[in-house]
Design a protein around this ligand. Structure first.
Ligand code: AMP
Length: 177
């Protein structure tokens, strides 16, 4: 590529929306990154740069913005795409994993036959905050006997203890706040 995309360019394109969806949350809006062909492609290049076609069996994406990045990365790596969805959305038999939210709890699910034991997996979400979602997703992947090569995020909120929850897994993030 003649003009490689920089982290700074991607960081500049991420839009901060204060108090969305509720007071006190600084929502990181990635839609301007997606809308820019060069920045979107640059993000996918970064997500896949440690891997090559043949070295990854499946890219697992987390509901919902994680799907966008994971699906594009899967195509680039000639790997399958597997969704981890919020509970109640997947039509076939599932495994479920609960995780704690600030108030209450939530649950994510994966199809029981989504990954073969030993499958080499790249796990992708748009953003790492408290780490509850990604840790639950990683637990589901491991429950199927698959091997997580890397957990990648476009954005990490480093003032929250997300990394703590993913201890033992190789974690990468492109833009860190
Ligand atoms: P957590 O489980 O706390 O790490 O939250 C991660 C999930 O919530 C990701 O799937 C994000 O899409 C979403 N999320 C959490 N905080 C934000 C934020 N400030 N801006 C955008 N998305 C967020």
């Amino acid at each position: 590529m003649t003009n490689p995309v920089t982290r700074e360019e991607i960081a500049r394109a991420i839009r901060n929306i204060p108090d969305f969806p509720k007071a006190g949350i600084q929502f990181k809006d990635i839609t301007p990154v997606l809308a820019d062909a060069r920045l979107f492609a640059g993000t996918i290049d970064w997500l896949t740069e440690h891997h090559k076609p043949g070295s990854v069996d499946a890219v697992v994406g987390i509901d919902a913005r994680g799907f966008i990045f994971a699906a594009a990365a899967a195509i680039k790596l000639n790997a399958g795409f597997v969704p981890i969805r919020k509970k109640g959305k997947l039509p076939f038999q599932t495994h479920e994993q609960d995780y704690a939210l600030e108030y209450g709890s939530a649950s994510v699910a994966i199809h029981v036959d989504a990954l073969k034991p030993g499958a080499r997996v790249l796990l992708i979400d748009d953003l790492l905050a408290t780490g509850g979602t990604a840790a639950a997703a990683a637990a589901l992947v491991q429950r199927l006997g698959a091997h997580i090569l890397e957990v990648s995020f476009v954005i990490e909120l480093s003032f929250l203890p997300g990394r703590e929850k993913l201890k033992g897994l190789p974690i990468r993030s492109l833009v860190v706040y």
